[in-house]
Ligand binder design. Structure first.
Ligand code: NDP
Length: 481
């Protein structure tokens, strides 16, 4: 049982009101931690600490700050197994995923941004009589708000560029998954990062998260989460002219063309649908299959998915763990019921698996495959964020593009074909921020990450992140006196 505290001004402390929130392991229902139920008063404390720390931190050289990132990465790496275990217990995700993605990439996020600054240039534009020099200034105090599906990975994705560009940070992790954020605070405390530079406030989104967004001294908000919450964040932050990055939901299409080598790639296609129990914003939750290969594709896909082992998240052989909470499972199940009402046929799953006494209070749900739905039905167009995929046939490439573009979301897509030229031409016509051809979630940290339409505003990743956490200033010096 862990008693998580806020981390403010280099000190771990309870919320001022001393109230707590229980944190459960979603696979077992066990109470594993309590976290502070913070409010505006705690945010105020953190903002004051960050403001005090800002002059010193922002005046370090960028290389000095990059060295701090490298220290964080090294210390985090030493606690690799602990990160993976905490993440698996807190989210219910399989330990192999927590190791390969969460623990690994959190370390690499810090290293990546520490190294990327070597390539930053300060552009200059000479005129006949003057020189324009563009310099980068930190935006100030950054509010970072992150969801529960990839807790430390997404937090480190924001903390690293924010810090290296000279901002001080106040982070608000999801109250469902506070444990690895707390570990990061321990790491930062252990290496002695100047106090006030990095602060974490735990609590509910609509109370503590909202206070963070509303705070007049927070200059920038980087938010990853649901589209509905993103709307509230935007509505609050925009009139205050805060810099804003919104990484929101998705309903991504996986397009299987007539010539796709779907047999060799069936594991990758299944992974794209069900990784982290379908709780990745990039998951391909709508699979569009060319009618000429529909039957063999479905035979292979259903067979493969039914062989995915569901169970104890801490078992190395588990492919699917539990969903994040019982409430979230109910939401996902309500979509399965809706699918039936809308005329869908459940080909696989749809039920809670029997996993014995230990996991009887867990939020498990079988991977679910549904066919026969209209492509514009609610089940096929709304984000479910669970282990549920809908399958749709298409005849012409034009139809696939139309179906892929018919949701309000525009985050990502994948296209499977031997004709990569055709794949690229289709990709260009998809209304999404990212498209993978013959792969999925193949990530290069330098490329822009983000979506269009209701999937968000702005891009993070590589220089795009560095830019976001910076204010550019042009100094034009006239020298023809
Ligand atoms: P939510 O939108 O519910 O929450 C995200 C974060 O915002 C949490 O920390 C939450 O706190 C906080 N929050 C809630 N209300 C407010 C508010 N009024 N002001 C400020 N902060 C608030 O998302 P989930 O945690 O449920 O995450 C799942 C969603 O995230 C999915 O829609 C998924 O697609 C999206 N996502 C998008 C990604 C992308 O890069 N595009 C990547 C990963 C996920 P609390 O938990 O306490 O409510």
């Amino acid at each position: 049982m862990i008693h998580v505290q806020n981390y403010i001004n280099g000190t771990f402390r309870n919320s001022i009101n001393n109230n707590c929130i229980n944190n459960l392991n979603p696979a077992t229902g066990d109470l594993i931690a309590t976290i502070p139920k913070s409010d505006l008063n705690d945010i105020d404390l953190a903002v004051n600490a960050a403001k005090k720390a800002f002059p010193l931190w922002s005046n370090l050289t960028i290389n000095e700050r990059a060295n701090w990132l490298k220290k964080i990465a090294n210390e985090l790496e030493k606690r690799f197994d602990e990160v993976a275990k905490l993440e698996s217990k807190d989210t219910g995700k399989p330990i192999t995923l927590a190791k390969n993605v969460d623990a690994t990439r959190s370390v690499s996020n810090f290293r990546f941004f520490a190294n990327l600054i070597e390539e930053l240039e300060n552009p200059e534009f000479g005129m006949d009589d003057a020189m324009n020099t563009i310099i980068r200034k930190p935006a100030g105090i950054a509010g970072l708000i992150t969801p529960w599906n990839l807790p430390l990975y997404l937090l480190s994705w924001k903390v690293a560029p924010a810090l290296v560009m000279g901002n001080c940070v106040i982070a608000k992790p999801s109250e469902l998954t506070p444990l690895t954020a707390n570990l990061l605070a321990e790491v930062i405390s252990d290496i002695g990062l100047p106090k006030g530079v990095f602060n974490i406030i735990h609590g509910y989104g609509n109370e503590c998260g909202q206070s963070l967004v509303e705070h007049p001294d927070i200059n920038l908000i980087s938010f990853t989460g649901g589209t509905q919450t993103g709307k509230i964040v935007a509505k609050t932050a925009a009139p205050m002219f805060k810099k804003l990055s919104l990484e929101l939901g998705g309903k991504n299409a996986t397009i299987i063309l007539e010539d796709a080598d779907f047999i060799s790639n069936i594991d990758k296609i299944a992974r794209s649908a069900f990784l982290n129990q379908g709780q990745v914003c990039l998951c391909g939750s709508r699979i569009l299959v060319h009618e000429s290969i529909y039957t063999p594709f479905m035979e292979n896909f259903v067979k493969h998915v039914s062989s995915m082992r569901i169970g104890d998240p801490l078992d190395e052989n588990t492919a699917l763990g539990s969903l994040i909470s019982l409430e979230h499972r109910e939401k996902v199940e309500s979509y399965i019921e809706l699918a039936i009402e809308e005329g869908g046929k459940i080909l696989l799953g749809g039920k809670r698996p029997e996993l014995g006494e230990k996991f009887s209070r867990g939020a498990f749900l079988e991977p679910t495959i549904i066919e026969g739905l209209k492509f514009n039905s609610r089940t096929s167009t709304e984000e479910i964020f669970g282990p549920v995929v809908t399958i749709h046939r298409f005849k012409q490439v034009e139809d696939a593009i139309k179906i892929a573009n018919c949701t309000k979301y525009g985050l990502a897509a994948s296209i499977w074909t031997k004709d990569t030229e055709l794949g690229e031409s289709i990709a260009k016509r998809l209304d999404t921020g990212m498209v993978w051809i013959n792969c999925w979630l193949h990530r290069d940290l330098r490329v822009p990450f983000g979506g269009v339409k209701s999937s968000g505003v702005g891009r993070e990743g590589g220089f795009y992140s560095l830019e976001f956490f910076t204010e550019l200033q042009n100094i034009c010096t006239f020298y023809d006196l």
